[in-house]
Design a protein. Sequence first.
Length: 260
Amino acid sequence: MTQSATASAGVQSVDRALTVLAILARCGESGVTDLARELGVHKSTVFRLVATLEAHGMVEQHEERGKYRLGVGVLRLAGSTSARLDVVQEARPITRALAAETGETVNIAILSEQSALYIDQAAGDSALQPHNWVGRRIPLHATSNGKVLLSELDPEELSARVPRLPAYTAATTTSSKRLRDELTQVRELGYAVAVDELEVGLTAVAAPIRDAHGDLVASLSVSGPSFRLESERIEALAPRVVQAATGVSDRLGAASPPRR
């Protein structure tokens, strides 16, 4: 089979798998014979599709009737998307107000595998040509948002999230012990600061956003050029950033932080 033919077959399999999920969403549950009829394929093809989907938790089989229904994997994906949309929606009026007040760029980030994923941004007047961070994944250990998102992980998950600490500048934290010490400080202060750690000339202050259970679900940061965000301004900004992040948490129905 040629490379193009292999690619075409892969796309067709994805299309069929998505169609299976759509059918189960519509019907509630369905057997292999019915799925094969709707797809217009042999039952052996459906068996392979549902076996793969079942292995990933996207479908599950009813033991008594032998029919398939949507699995918990779909619920996890839907829940993750819903939670992300909730954070963006509830944060937006606060981030826009904070950007207007400070003149700097305000970002919202969430933990995504071994990175921080930026999901929303508001630019202040001082950011004449702001870099668009939305959709960008950034290192956890070299950013204020990343350090906030790491700050309440247990040691095992922390090691899994940051197995390596590469240097991006001379100021980047590359020592595991130093990172742990910094995360302790983040928990004590309630915010994180990163000066020239990801890029020389870039400074940011970030604070945690919590959900209705009190769990840390996102981070809110104010960032700008280091020449504007010097130590005195950072000290003045930090309480405001914490206040804004708390405001978003309140809009999400946040409870008190969980005890550790």
